[in-house]
Design a protein. Structure first.
Ligand SMILES: O=C(CO)[C@@H](O)[C@@H](O)COP(=O)(O)O
Length: 242
C-alpha cells in the first residue's frame, strides 16, 4: 500500500541527517495522499541508518495505524492534527535542529531580518505558547498540534505563506506541498535562525526587512507572478542535455 509515497517519505527522512538537521533518532517526516486520506510517517525511535522504505507506517486522518509492523512516530498525533487543520499541506517535518530550537526555548519568533528568510517565509516564523501542564499530561502530542493551529489562528497567519512554527520549549515543525519541500523549509529555517542569532548579537537596532523587500523576495519565488529559476520546459530541456 502506498509504496511510492513510502519511498518518497523514506527519501525525505534520509535527507534530515544528510542536511545535519537531526541527532540520533530525533525528528521525523511524513507525507500524505489526500485522495486516499492516508499519510505515511517514520516509525518511532528507529535509527535513520536502519530505516527502509517498507518500515514507513500508514496512518489515517483519525491517527489510526492502517498498515505497518512498527509503531509510528510518537509525534503522529501532531502530524494528524496538522493534516486535518491545514488541508493544503502534503508533507510535515519535525526536528530538533539546534538554532531553531534555541529560539523555541527562548520563546522568540525567528524574525524576518533578510532576503534569505523572505525567499521562503512571508514574515516571522512564530513561536507558540508553551503547552499547559494539563495539555502536556493529557494527549500531549495532539495538544502540540492544537497549539500550533491556535498560534496560526490567533496571529492570522497563512500556513502556506509561513510553512513553519517553533513549538515553545520543544522545537520546529515545518511543512510544504511535498515531504521534500517540507525538508527544504526545515533547512532554510535552521539556516536563517543561525543568521538571525548572529545579526541580533551584532546589533540591537531594528533590522527587520521592510515590507516592500519582503514582498519582492517572497513573491519572486511564490504565487502567480513568480519568476525565479527556470520554467519546467527550460529545466526539462536542460536535463535532457546533461
Ligand atoms: O520531540 C521528540 C522528542 O523530544 C521526538 O519528536 C523525537 O524524539 C522523534 O521521536 P520519534 O522517533 O519520531 O517517535
Amino acid at each position: 500500500m502506498l509504496d511510492k509515497l513510502k519511498q518518497e517519505v523514506y527519501d525525505a527522512n534520509m535527507r534530515l541527517p544528510q542536511l545535519d538537521l537531526v541527532t540520533f533518532t530525533w525528528g521525523n517526516v511524513s507525507g500524505i495522499d489526500r485522495d486516499q486520506g492516508l499519510f505515511v510517517i517514520k516509525p518511532s525511535g528507529v535509527d535513520y541508518g536502519d530505516l527502509k522504505p517498507s518500515d514507513m507506517v500508514v496512518v489515517n486522518l483519525k491517527g489510526e495505524v492502517v498498515e505497518g509492523n512498527l509503531n509510528p512516530s510518537s509525534d503522529t498525533p501532531t502530524h494528524t492534527v496538522l493534516y486535518n487543520e491545514f488541508p493544503t499541506i502534503g508533507g510535515i517535518v519535525h526536528t530538533h535542529s539546534p538554532w531553531a530550537v534555541s529560539f523555541a526555548e527562548a520563546g522568540i519568533d525567528v524574525p524576518a531580518l533578510g532576503t534569505t528568510h523572505a525567499d521562503t517565509f512571508y514574515g516571522d516564523v512564530p513561536v507558540s505558547d508553551a503547552l499547559t501542564q494539563a495539555e502536556i499530561e493529557n494527549a500531549y502530542e495532539e495538544n502540540t498540534g492544537k497549539v500550533i493551529v491556535r498560534t496560526f489562528n490567533e496571529r492570522h497567519l497563512d500556513p502556506e505563506a509561513v510553512p513553519a512554527v517553533l513549538v515553545r520549549q520543544h522545537g520546529p515543525f515545518t511543512w510544504g506541498a511535498t515531504p521534500d519541500k517540507a525538508v527544504y523549509n526545515a533547512k532554510v529555517l535552521e539556516v536563517v535562525a543561525e543568521m538571525d542569532y548572529h545579526a541580533l548579537q551584532l546589533t540591537r537596532d531594528n533590522c527587520r526587512v521592510p515590507q516592500y523587500l519582503l514582498d519582492k523576495h517572497y513573491y519572486r519565488k511564490h504565487g502567480n507572478g513568480a519568476y525565479y529559476g527556470q520554467t519546467n520546459a527550460q529545466s526539462q530541456n536542460h536535463a535532457k542535455h546533461q
